[in-house]
Design a protein around this ligand. Sequence first.
Ligand SMILES: Cc1cc2nc3c(=O)[nH]c(=O)nc-3n(C[C@H](O)[C@H](O)[C@H](O)COP(=O)(O)OP(=O)(O)OC[C@H]3O[C@@H](n4cnc5c(N)ncnc54)[C@H](O)[C@@H]3O)c2cc1C
Length: 305
Amino acid sequence: MEAISKNFFLYLSNNKLLDRLAKRFGTRFGADKIVGGETFSQAIPLIQQLNQEGLQVTVDHLGEFVNCESEAKERAQECIHTIQSIAQYQLQSEVSLKLTSLGLDISRELVYENMENILQEAEKHGVTVTIDMEDSSRCEATLEIYKTMKAKYSNLGTVIQSYLYRSCGDLDELDSYDPYLRLVKGAYKESGKVAFPEKKMVDDNLKQMIEKNLLNGNYTAIASHDDAIIEFTKNLVKKHNIPTDRYEFQMLYGMRNQTQADLVKEGYNVRVYLPYGEDWYGYFMRRLAERPANIAFALKGIFSK
Ligand SMILES: Cc1cc2nc3c(=O)[nH]c(=O)nc-3n(C[C@H](O)[C@H](O)[C@H](O)COP(=O)(O)OP(=O)(O)OC[C@H]3O[C@@H](n4cnc5c(N)ncnc54)[C@H](O)[C@@H]3O)c2cc1C
């Protein structure tokens, strides 16, 4: 049953007609429980509310796989505008972005130009930017761009996925860059040639990576909703006396709200990943596919309107 609903929602996530309809009707139908709005202005009161609750934020303008130069430049402008608004409203928020939205599939020069513009503005306002990690075919290029830009801009992070065989090696390779790293299990469908086929191996590798990165002294964002990973991290930092300013927990907006609040109460730093933008439909469907329990609050959203 779970596999059927997963495939069903992944199929729906690629449906262009539903995507167009979704844009017309806005983030009603439950999407507003996991998406911050269609524009950054709509997300501002929500970020202020999260900040008041002791949660920090990273915002992501939804939309990937841009195919033309002008659209990639528009996406970069949106990031710049977001950074300026974060500064103007004094929000405790970082920015997350995907390199495909800045033209990774068009040309490397275009990505560098867009990243330069974004990072100059981010540096000016003291805002940190994290490059999300996409599928494995884009991992090498993403890390190359990360290293090049990190040598120039300190306020830059990226993501390493524990399902990839290469990831422990990538941590070693990045060690000399004083990296800011978000560690995750990985969200894309990958082949056994590049990724661990079993969940236990992915989980064990994530634990190993968290330990390695923290003991290397690098800032670590542990991005998982999994109690076992959270408990592992809590025990590890206690054992090695690692101060709370060297790591943080991260979770997606709308997921495990009580756990987020409990962690804040216990004195841990917690950051919420808050997506916004008109292209919310695919993100919403992928979250429904990932976790059937999310369907319940989507249905509640539809019937309470
Ligand atoms: C802040 C953030 C940023 C991310 N960035 C990236 C990225 O750049 N690239 C990328 O590939 N992936 C990214 N991911 C996604 C990540 O790779 C995983 O696909 C996703 O987080 C699911 O793995 P998990 O560790 O949360 O838990 P899972 O392994 O999916 O689940 C383990 C257990 O955790 C509990 N659990 C999980 N979700 C929930 C929930 N919603 N409510 C209650 N319990 C739950 C359940 O007990 C479940 O059995 C990101 C995730 C987060 C949180």
